[in-house]
Design a protein around this ligand. Structure first.
Ligand code: PGA
Length: 239
């Protein structure tokens, strides 16, 4: 399977900078066919990104079907804007917006009803590091009974936005646990302070199939380097 590099822009960029960045990504994408590239912008830029790229992700989706839910964005709406994938269970949604397993399950089924593929995120906090296996096993429960295609992102909470990525070996040991639970065909991304400096060694791990990139996806130079490294590794030029 091709490596998948997904850019999670979070709540960053104005319309002008989002437009410039996605155009730059499209230029690189035209030169790189051996890497799957996805961008997860804020909802208000989804149509813009979908007009340029063929794989576009939403950072969130409503747990509800369309109706009187002021401020919410339904799975149907996302689909009509060209969205192909959506994050579910990102640690910022779990911790800042108190999203529970029940809410995450509802979101998964809203996405399934319109054929959007979820990227289901799991990851332990610093306090949970000594029992990472049971934390991850618990967090995976909503997706284990999900009967449609999905991708997993393992993002240790202590590594997100801190500049302190997991070591490739530590990440691999969690990816191996996840793979044994979800089965061999499921793609598992690593996320948490991925940069052009640490990506290569992460990709060399057998159960790391790509990356979910936050901070380093916001600048053309760093994101371009990340895409080039993934492409060269896939070609066998960087071993
Ligand atoms: P980061 O964010 O790359 O800035 O650590 C990753 C994420 O939260 O998806």
């Amino acid at each position: 399977m091709k490596p998948l590099i997904a850019a999670n822009w979070k709540m960053n960029l104005d319309l002008t900078s989002a437009t410039q960045l996605v155009r730059q990504i499209n230029l690189i994408k035209n030169e790189i066919s051996n890497v799957d590239i996805m961008v997860f912008p804020s909802h208000c830029y989804l149509s813009l990104v979908a007009s340029v790229l063929n794989q576009v992700g939403a950072q969130n989706v409503s747990e509800y079907a369309p109706g009187a839910y002021t401020g919410e964005v339904s799975a149907e709406m996302l689909k009509s804007c060209g969205v192909t994938h959506a994050l579910v269970g990102h640690s910022e949604r779990r911790h800042i917006f108190f999203e529970t397993d029940d809410i995450l399950t509802k979101k998964l089924y809203q996405l399934k009803s319109v054929g959007i593929v979820p990227i289901f995120c799991v990851g332990e906090t610093l306090d949970q590091r000594n029992r990472v296996e049971s934390v991850i096993q618990h967090q995976l429960q909503p997706i284990l009974s999900f009967d449609a295609p999905y991708i997993i992102a393992y993002e240790p909470v202590w590594a997100i936005g801190t500049g302190q990525s997991s070591t490739p070996e530590d990440a691999q040991s969690v990816h191996e646990i996840i793979q044994s639970m979800v089965g061999p065909g499921v793609q598992i991304l690593y996320g948490g302070s991925v940069t052009e400096s640490n990506l290569l060694n992460l990709l060399k791990m057998p159960n790391i199939h790509g990356a979910l990139v936050g901070g380093a996806s916001l600048k053309t130079e760093s994101f371009t380097s990340i895409l080039n490294i993934a492409s060269k590794y896939e070609q066998g030029a960087l071993i």
